[in-house]
Design a binder for this molecule. Sequence first.
Ligand code: ADP
Ligand code: MG
Length: 342
Amino acid sequence: MKELELINEVRRRFAGGSGRAVRLGIGDDCAILRTQPGHETVVTTDFTLEGRHFRRDLHPPESVGHRCLARGLSDIAAMGATPIAAFLSLAVPSDLMAKTKGRAWIERFFNGLGALAKRNQVPLAGGDTAESPGNAVLADIVLLGSLPAGKALRRSGAKAGETIYVTGALGGSATELQSMLAGNNRKKSARIIRTKIFSTADHPQMFPEPRIVIGEVLRRRGLATACIDISDGLSTDLAHLCRASGVAAEIDSNAIPLHPLARTLQPAAALDAALHGGEDYELLFSAPASVHIPRKIAGISITRIGKFVPKSAKKPMMTLISPENARATLEPGGWEHFSHRR
Ligand code: ADP
Ligand code: MG
């Protein structure tokens, strides 16, 4: 498959995907977007680099495409915005454009990306495609979202005394990755792909579900004062929010919702996966104690995990409180860019 063929195929597949905001999608020199009066546009870009964010021998191509879009959508969700368009710049080694057994790696990549795009009604409105000079796949996704002016959920709005909540369950992604690294998942993942069960519940690492609807509900109903997505790990992203808001946090370790996969680990390892494992595309947000937060939003459980307290030089920025009421400093231990932790 040549570049033009690929673009034509992508265009065919995403044709009609011109959502409310996209007046003109793939096919011209630029896309044309319509901006809604009284709204603001939020923009995020995320790299997906082979060897850094995924491994071709572990992640099936559908998962790579899915995760590529999920990263951007999760940032849009964290702002409480509605996604309006995605743009994708791709560098692909030429052998992945070639068909083996009737399908090319890159087509399967677009199957995964396309399924998630469709579910979230976000049109792929453009991009760029080039042959990778090396042997690695590099993808950069740009996501645009829209929301009423001044209403974005920022990291900086949390106040001492407010309650800390997370969506969904944590530690599943890191646990599944461990099992993939141990070689347990190869046969299973082939079966998933054949039967097209791109299921987040069973595969939090391969097919994480960004929490778009929850972000929209939090913003629309004015429930959250601050929000962040915790794809880099609860401990790392909570630290970002504490710094941005100028508060300290106390987390009740017993309250942290563990993913069923994480619960198969020893308790200490499960807690470690939930706190530091990362790649759980969940939201962490704060709300005043007086605000009623539903136990579920869009079918996903919302769990209270602690509270924000005044920051002080004498106290750690983040404290983990055990069921026996023992206090320990919580250090950011999640995904560090360029750390080569993984
Ligand atoms: P140009 O030379 O103007 O950059 P291209 O031939 O690269 O045009 O792209 C033609 C059209 O295909 C454009 O609308 C562009 O946005 C779209 N496109 C190219 N690559 C991708 C991709 N990977 N994903 C989505 N759209 C793409
Ligand atoms: Mg181009």
